[in-house]
Design a protein around this ligand. Sequence first.
Ligand code: THU
Length: 133
Amino acid sequence: MELAPVVIERLVETARRAQAMAYAPYSNFPVGAAVLADDGRIFPGCNVENSSFGLTVCAERNAVAAAVVAGARPTAVAVVANGNGVAPCGACRQVLAEFAAGMPVILAQPTGEVGQVVALDALLPGAFVFGKP
Ligand code: THU
């Protein structure tokens, strides 16, 4: 799926705003995400850490949950973190693959600069699919 530049811009802007809302007192590594849904809506997510570290939820998965509870399905995602081209973790790749194995993943910086747009199946070849041999 090819994304229009204006859509990429909106996704990155939403992810930047979400990054500013991150709750990351333990890692001090705020992450923002924005999911583009099949109906054109955009849903933000940020990481939400916990004193019991393993309960932390990543920005991407929170954005996916926001889209799903609104009745939509993810078709693309933008991620904003401090650093150059920070990509979704393995768990988030699997969660994103649930909805579109080849969805565009936009990796952007807090400045709004887009590092790369990469297909999810390049980041996660051989995603697990339930019931498939
Ligand atoms: N984090 C995300 O939100 N998304 C990722 O794809 C990678 C990691 C968060 C989890 C934790 O709050 C912090 O970044 C450091 O790992």
